[in-house]
Design a protein around this ligand. Structure first.
Ligand code: SAM
Length: 235
């Protein structure tokens, strides 16, 4: 399903909302949020009566989570420190593209989930020129992050995610691609690019690539990313 509409707020707010409600629709009694960040998903899930737990590598986030009473452990998606079927649901919200070994992370999530694994990540509709501009910028920006040592991969497609799961037993996989078409200004893109470029001391090759991305964005426009929402249910 591809939805198209115009909104004033940032599209990711709507994507997150849709994702949250789709997870809650399965009425999980317990949830592990892998890469839970500041725990926003888990706080809401707790308000709905779920038993919640987070896993997060960043010590800064862990300290903040403990202040709001969200139980969280330090760790990475690729090795989950939990037993088989320990949680009804395992969530990856904008985390899959940070996993060094996504296939291993998903197999681990399926192992730890009693009922399902739920995933939200960015998605670009490559049939739309303004989305291709955004995708090329995303690739450019992430290539700089990787050179600086960060794990920041392309957003996985549904096909890539499903390929990771062959051999993981009987699973029912549903997904939706959602796109709220919202224009970005070229000025906003340039500002984000300039900030990123400064991190590599205005490397001339990166600067030339950014110029060409901005030229294309001026020509065909640039729009905010869409979302891939996937549920991987155990049968
Ligand atoms: C874009 S943030 C998303 C945070 C939160 N899930 C949200 O939606 O607001 C990505 C998070 O994944 C965490 N992360 C990065 N690599 C990870 C890994 N290999 N396993 C688990 N979490 C990871 C980061 O520390 C960060 O909190």
């Amino acid at each position: 399903m591809v939805m198209s509409e115009t909104v004033k707020d940032h599209p990711s707010t709507r994507y997150r909302e849709r994702f949250f409600e789709s997870v809650m629709g399965d009425a999980p009694g317990s949830i592990l949020d892998v890469g839970c960040g500041d725990g926003a998903f888990l706080r809401r899930a707790r308000e709905r009566g779920c038993k919640v737990a987070g896993l997060e590598p960043d010590p800064g986030h862990l300290a903040a989570l403990s202040q709001v009473g969200i139980p969280a452990q330090q760790g990475h998606a690729e090795t989950l420190p939990f037993g088989d079927g320990a949680f009804d649901g395992v969530v990856f919200e904008y985390v899959a593209h940070h996993c060094a070994d996504l296939a291993r992370a998903l197999v681990e999530a399926v192992r730890v989930a009693r009922r399902g694994v739920y995933l939200l990540d960015a998605w670009y509709d490559e049939t739309i020129a303004s989305q291709r501009s955004a995708l090329v910028f995303d690739r450019w920006s992430k290539s700089i992050d990787r050179r600086l040592g960060m794990v920041h991969n392309a957003c996985p497609t549904a096909t890539e995610l499903m390929a990771c799961l062959s051999g993981s037993g009987d699973l029912t996989i549903d997904y939706a691609q959602m796109l709220i078409l919202k224009d970005m200004t070229v000025d906003a893109l340039r500002a984000a690019g300039t900030e990123q470029l400064a991190r590599v001391a205005n490397d001339p090759t990166d600067a030339a690539a950014l110029d060409s991305i901005l030229d294309e964005a001026r020509r065909v426009g640039v729009t905010e990313d869409g979302a891939l929402i996937m549920a991987i249910r155990k049968r």
